[in-house]
Design a protein around this ligand. Structure first.
Ligand code: IMP
Ligand code: MG
Length: 181
């Protein structure tokens, strides 16, 4: 597939993503061996990553979805996290894996972790496909990370958007700066 004209370069190709996701799935399978797991997809950004990842986790899994919003249509986190879609099932005493697309400032995931704590799961871990390398990031203790990416880049594709565009690209690419600055 040709690179989208709004993408300056491809950071991770589909095969690279596939290999990494298989690895993550195997690690999670090993870590939770003998247990069952509730995997929560954080919509919309994580949907593609999530659907690949759960195919590689060889455990009894319940899948759930939550939707959060912290960006609106901007390219920086506002810190005001809003829950747009919440769980319908009780997660008390269950092992929870939150699956997200990208941790940037860490604000969104830190908020979510605190919020979920009051529901008393047996355990709560986070798996994110990407994490932005940064010294000032909140320490949200992300247990599973696919790739670290340099800061000051805005990435799109494989579920990630800018103003609701580019989510369906099969790779992760860097969005041309002039499109969001
Ligand atoms: P944080 O609160 O700054 O960690 O931002 C987390 C959320 O912002 C992610 O779940 C994404 O939805 C979105 N986000 C952050 N950086 C990017 C990016 O480079 N591309 C697309 N979405 C991003
Ligand atoms: Mg997100």
């Amino acid at each position: 597939m040709a690179t989208h004209p709004d993408v300056s370069s491809i950071l991770f190709t589909q095969p690279q993503l596939q290999i990494k996701i298989e690895e993550l799935g195997k690690t999670i399978t090993k870590d939770y061996s003998g247990k069952s797991l509730v995997c929560i997809c954080i919509l919309k950004g994580a949907f593609m990553f999530f659907s690949e990842l759960i195919k590689h986790i060889d455990l009894p899994i319940q899948i759930e979805f939550m939707a959060l919003s912290s960006y609106g249509n901007a390219s920086q986190s506002s810190g005001n996290v809003e829950i747009l879609l919440d769980l319908r099932h009780d997660i008390k005493d269950k092992h929870i894996l939150i699956v997200d697309d990208i941790i940037d400032s860490g604000l969104t995931i830190t908020f979510l972790k605190d919020f979920m704590k009051y529901r008393h799961p047996a355990s709560l871990s986070i798996c994110s496909l990407l994490r932005v390398k940064s010294e000032v990031q909140l320490d949200a203790q992300i247990k599973y990370i696919g790739f670290e990416i340099p800061k000051n880049t805005f990435v799109v594709g494989f579920g990630l958007d800018y103003a609701e565009k580019y989510r369906t690209l099969p790779y992760i690419g860097i969005l041309k700066e002039e499109l969001y600055k």
